[in-house]
Write a protein that binds this ligand. Structure first.
Ligand code: FES
Length: 571
């Protein structure tokens, strides 16, 4: 049997082994250093990440499981990102969180890791880190919050914020009523209860094979989540002896399974950048086109916000991810493994649906062909996305004149200006919101509609941006346009009045300007002035090295794996 990695620190009788053991003894018995697996619990609990603030309790259950299986559990606080608290956007730090976690995992005497995440960026960052270190790893998602209700109606956090705030701007909801909903929305611990990014990434972590099957969607306060966390602790100890690593589980087949699942659940567009980034870390060849191809004929089966009516508590009650996968089992790669050592389809095994109004049968979907559409054209030569399930059917083929905003500040200053020349057929263009331009690629692409159009009853317009949108948002939004305006992408050259042509069935997004005119265009002065490089710190490193959305917006030097080896001693 090969020696445990941690024994490179603790084994032997030299001075360095003395140092490593002596400082770790605080309560650990002699046998803790006799070759038992040392398991890190990468814990994103933080009071400033409210969706993850309960993870210490889950860590306690994981610890119990690790002890039961003969391992040594070790809490490892890692960078936590609170989606709704951090400015200018939590996405600016996803790669920093991933890099910090990667280095902590590699530098410490551990043999495997349990990844505790919840809020949007935390599970992607942890998976990116684990993939690059390639130590045995299992994800334990923190679970969604329970359904809140306001005046008798359920509230979906995120989706209903967008909806209610637009009602205020339209003049159909009093501001006092809007504010009264605030205290009813977040009913319990846990992450957002819609099929937003956090729920999507927990579901996809399960489909990728990195969690215990059946865990995604168990509500955060549900006692079954604690039991599953404990089981995860036992499992990770077994994974060490089986030498079952992220590279065993994260194959091209498992990513294609995740794309099928993303379409079936109507998941967040943010999953595209996260899956591309994780695949890049583990050396799997995955491209934007794979999303269109593998997700194209998959029906939307899950009737959840933002595309439908229900919330994550209902999703779990109806059978969860395994019930969804049972409906599309024939589309899954049967060889893709999970952390249990068994294939995903073995675990699916015709899992039952308990409420067919929440998880629809394949022949009665909520919508047909729901996958994320990848568009190309002279406005986005390297690709852009649209989520047809969250868009208005009558806008999927549309021609309209551009109304251009150079930044979110420009948008806020002019959107409701009575002199703004805009009608419901226009295409709103927001640029300067890509990975480098903002920087960090914020969730602003679902830009609000002009108040006077809202007051007329308009609820959707075509919007185009190089930014992202919240997974809880909806609308006919073309987003992640690459290359972004800030690196000279064509979005930088669009002018007010240019005809923009969206054709989702043909997968095209174009500006209809004569080629000779277009060739003479230069970026606007406002665009150019927004490109000053940050002077120092993480932002400087990020802006210098971040790749475009079609490459997952990872840093170029973080692609790939460095493994778990550390050659040099510390003393
Ligand atoms: Fe954390 Fe929505 S704000 S999951």
């Amino acid at each position: 049997m090969t020696q445990q990695r941690s024994q490179h620190w603790y084994g032997g009788d030299d001075r360095n082994a003395f140092i490593h053991r002596a400082w770790m003894r605080r309560g650990l018995p002699d046998e803790a250093f006799d070759g038992r697996p040392h398991i890190a619990i990468a814990n994103t609990a933080s009071d400033l990440s409210p969706c993850n603030s309960h993870l210490d309790e889950l860590a306690t259950s994981v610890k119990q499981g690790v002890w039961e299986a003969g391992g040594i559990p070790l809490n490892l606080p890692v960078v936590s990102l609170g989606e709704n608290q951090m400015r200018p956007t939590a996405m600016l730090w996803r790669n920093m969180a991933a890099m910090a976690a990667e280095e902590l995992l590699r530098a410490n005497p551990i043999d495997a890791v349990v990844l505790l995440g919840g809020c949007d960026k935390t599970i992607p960052a942890l998976l990116m880190a684990a993939a690059s270190v390639d130590l045995p790893a299992v994800v334990v998602p923190g679970g969604p919050m329970l359904t809140g209700a306001f005046r008798g109606a359920p509230l979906g956090c995120g989706t209903d914020v967008w909806r209610l705030s637009e009602e205020v701007r339209a003049g159909t909801l009093a501001r006092a009523d809007f504010l009264a909903a605030e205290s009813a929305m977040i009913r319990s611990r846990g992450h957002c209860n819609t099929m937003g990014t956090a729920s999507t990434m927990a579901c996809l972590a399960e489909v990728l094979g990195t969690t215990l099957p059946g865990i995604a969607g168990i509500p955060a306060p549900d006692s079954r989540l604690l039991a599953m966390a404990q089981e995860g602790g036992r499992l990770v100890v077994d994974m060490v002896s089986a030498d079952r690593r992220p590279s065993t589980v994260l194959t091209r087949g498992s990513f294609l399974n995740a794309i099928v699942a993303l379409a079936a659940i109507g998941g967040s567009t943010n999953a595209v950048v996260h899956l591309l980034a994780i695949a890049g870390r583990v050396g799997v060849d995955l491209s934007l086109d794979d999303f269109d191809r593998a997700g194209r004929d998959v029906p939307l089966l899950v009737d959840l916000h933002p595309a439908g009516r229900f919330l994550m508590e209902d999703f779990h009650r109806a059978g969860g991810m395994l019930a969804v996968l049972a409906q599309v089992e024939d589309l899954l790669d049967p060889t893709a493994l999970t952390v249990t050592g068994r294939t995903l389809v073995e675990h699916v095994n015709g899992a039952p649906t308990w409420d067919a109004t929440v998880i629809r049968p394949r022949d009665e979907p909520l919508k047909r062909d729901s996958g994320i559409a990848v568009l190309r054209g002279n406005l986005a030569p390297d690709g852009a996305l649209v989520k047809p399930a969250a868009a208005s059917a009558h806008l999927l083929q549309h021609r309209g004149r551009a109304v251009v905003f150079d930044s979110v500040e420009d948008l806020r200053a002019r959107l409701d200006d009575p002199s703004l020349d805009v009608d419901e057929d226009c295409v709103l263009v927001l640029r300067g919101c890509g990975p480098r331009g903002y920087p960090g690629m914020p969730e602003v692409a679902n830009l609000p509609l002009p108040a006077r159009l809202l007051a007329k009853g308009v609820r959707d317009m075509v919007r185009v941006s190089d930014g992202r949108m919240s997974g809880t948002a909806y609308g006919t939004v073309v987003l992640h346009a690459a290359p972004e305006a800030a690196v000279g992408g064509p979005l930088a050259l669009v002018r007010n009045g240019d005809p923009i042509v969206l054709d989702v069935p043909a997968r095209r997004i174009d500006v209809d300007v004569p080629t000779a005119d277009w060739a003479k265009r230069q970026p606007s002065a406002a665009m150019r002035s927004s490109l000053a490089a940050p002077a120092r710190g993480w932002e400087r490193l990020y802006v210098d090295s971040v790749m475009q959305a079609d490459r997952g917006a990872d840093l170029d030097f973080l692609v790939g794996s460095s493994g778990d080896g550390v050659v040099r001693e510390s003393h």
